[in-house]
Design a protein. Structure first.
Lengths: 359, 209
């Protein structure tokens, strides 16, 4: 049978399709997004996500169009076109257009090193060098903690916790210099335990995207955009893990901290059987063995988890492995988002496919 | 046996035409794919709501408007294309939602779209050619703030709007688009007063036929 549309492959046109997401993890990188610039002044102009300066001055300004709250956080990654020039890029309260007086600014200095500024004053001369080849970043996590990164590694953490609504902000001093700035993607990474998570497309047949962490917990998720129902949704992950001592998990959850509160997940422990967990928003819940030894998690399998008003189920490769009857005590009780988790630095999760939908 | 998506959408021996599918899920809008145009700034944000999709909020300036489009990459044929989207107007007063095809990011060229406007009684099929708007055609579906499935079918001789799988209206007269098109979704203010207008979209699929 040939369908006229993807819509009609899964829904008749007489029904209004609910939220339905899928992703084949393939391509150069996981989906990224350029910053869209506005409020550009004093010689700054934009071409797509590239902000360009004409003339030298400290009073130029530009802000991103997207706002974000300190409770949802955001991350930017940028490159500067020339080393040893002067430019600022970071986050500022959304209504501010006051040049480099931004709340959290990474300053690429003319001496070839990075300083951290807050509200126009230097708070740290980090001594960290930069060139036009480096990927520089500023990250605000969902607790308002702001960190500064070079090539994915944190080199400075602000002592001031963010609170309020922010935008990306940039000021270039040196004429002819440009910044290419991207914001966090469809997928966001949250980190715990002092490490940093990372994704990279695998250069392997059926390799998918690899999720790793240098700490004790990094979660790939939707940055708390929770569009899937705790009483009527399904998620399918095609995943495997790699690495001696690997410990990963995939599922749906309300929070983004990798604990899968208000959610369902399959966990791949370092030994024994994989388990199917259901948890409420306070983290209380239960688990049942899937009956699959964790050694099987080192090959790809299809994990499908279903949340309904009466139960949560898990099937592996089409076979029902676990059912938990809803007792309104230890079940998902908040809206949810897809989550994949690397628990430790020995873990590489290969994510090949994810599909989530409300039923 | 593994079946390809291609084979489920295209009969054997046929060559697939241009198609795009967007599910409006994840952390933020894919702005590599989607361009935003606006009057007086505004924002887009994925809704932290079950089935919430993408939320477009116009600025609170008078005549504020916010729109997503393909930045004038017009790959859909005015003589044979379809657009299916699930969207809604969320704001209840002085607001309109538009969704469908346009030849320009300012809606100043060719357009065929569904319109839900608080000043009307029914949802409408609207259309324009070279900036000249034809008479909007009322459907029998009342305006509301609920998600609906809207399907627009455009051929060389007519434009048809279906809502929730039922054919609503057809325009086979004049002012139909005569140039290549891109998809768009729009949320705008209509009274000249200062108010932010919200509309939401959670699915859009466009393809040439």
């Amino acid at each position: 049978m040939v369908f006229p549309s993807v819509y009609e492959m899964t829904n008749p046109l007489t029904t209004v399709r609910k939220q339905h997401f899928w992703e084949y993890f393939s391509g150069s990188t996981i989906i990224s997004n350029g910053v869209e610039w506005q409020n550009m002044t004093d010689g700054q102009s934009a071409s797509a996500n590239q902000l360009i300066k004409s003339g030298t001055s400290w009073t130029a300004d530009a802000t991103g169009t997207r706002t974000f709250s300190s409770s949802e956080g955001a991350e930017i990654e940028f490159t500067v076109s020339q080393s040893a020039t002067d430019s600022f890029c970071g986050f500022d309260i959304s209504t501010n257009t006051d040049s480099y007086n931004m709340d959290y600014a990474l300053y690429c200095g003319g001496g070839g090193t990075i300083n951290i500024y807050a509200n126009g004053s230097q708070v740290s001369a980090t001594g960290v060098s930069y060139t036009s080849a480096d990927r520089l970043g500023v990250r605000m996590d969902s607790s308002g903690t702001v960190t500064f990164l070079k090539n994915g590694a944190v080199f400075y953490t602000s002592s001031t916790t963010a609170s309020g609504t922010y935008r990306v902000n940039a000021t270039i001093y040196t004429s002819g210099v440009s910044l290419n700035v991207n914001m966090n993607s469809r997928w966001a990474i949250t980190n715990f335990g002092g490490g940093a998570g990372a994704t990279a497309m695998a250069d392997e047949v059926n390799g998918g995207v690899k999720l790793t962490t240098s700490g004790n917990r990094s979660a790939l998720q939707f940055n708390n955009k929770r569009q899937f129902s705790n009483t009527g949704s399904e998620i399918i992950w095609v995943v495997k893990q790699a690495g001696s001592g690997a410990n990963g998990a995939v599922g749906l959850a309300s929070n983004s901290n990798g604990y899968f509160n208000s959610g369902v997940h399959v966990d791949f422990p370092t030994s024994g059987n994989s388990n199917f967990y259901t948890l409420n928003d306070a983290g209380a819940g239960s688990y049942t063995s899937t009956g699959k030894n964790v050694s099987e998690s080192f090959s790809y399998h299809t994990y499908k988890m279903t949340c309904s008003a009466s139960s949560q189920t898990c099937t592996i490769d089409g076979d029902l492995s676990s059912t938990v009857t809803r007792d309104n005590n230890q079940d998902p009780d908040e809206k949810m988002q897809p989550v994949a988790l690397a628990y430790n630095s020995s873990t590489t999760l290969h994510l090949q496919y994810c599909e989530a939908y409300n039923t | 046996m593994t079946k390809s998506i291609y084979d489920q959408l295209n009969a054997s021996g046929t060559v697939a035409k241009q198609r795009v599918v967007e599910t409006f899920s994840g952390s933020i809008l894919d702005t590599d794919r989607w361009n935003t145009t606006f009057n007086g700034n505004g924002t887009t944000a994925m809704a932290d709501e079950v089935d919430g999709g993408l939320k477009l909020t116009s600025s609170d300036n008078a005549s504020g408007a916010y729109m997503i489009n393909f930045n004038d990459k017009r790959q859909y044929s005015n003589s044979g294309c379809e657009c299916i989207f699930v969207g809604k107007r969320t704001t209840t007063t002085n607001a309109q939602m538009l969704g469908g095809f346009s030849s320009s990011t300012a809606l100043t060229g060719d357009v065929i779209a569904v319109k839900d406007f608080t000043g009307n009684t029914y949802k409408q099929l609207v259309y324009a050619k070279n900036g000249s708007w034809g008479t909007a055609i009322n459907t029998t579906v009342a305006i509301d703030v609920n998600f609906h499935n809207h399907k627009i079918t455009l051929s060389s001789s007519s434009g048809t709007l279906s809502i929730d799988g039922l054919t609503a209206v057809t325009n086979s007269s004049d002012n139909l688009p005569d140039s290549a098109l891109q998809p768009f979704f729009y949320s705008g203010e209509t009274s000249g007063a200062s108010a932010s207008i919200i509309s939401q979209i959670r699915y859009m699929e466009c393809y040439n036929t």
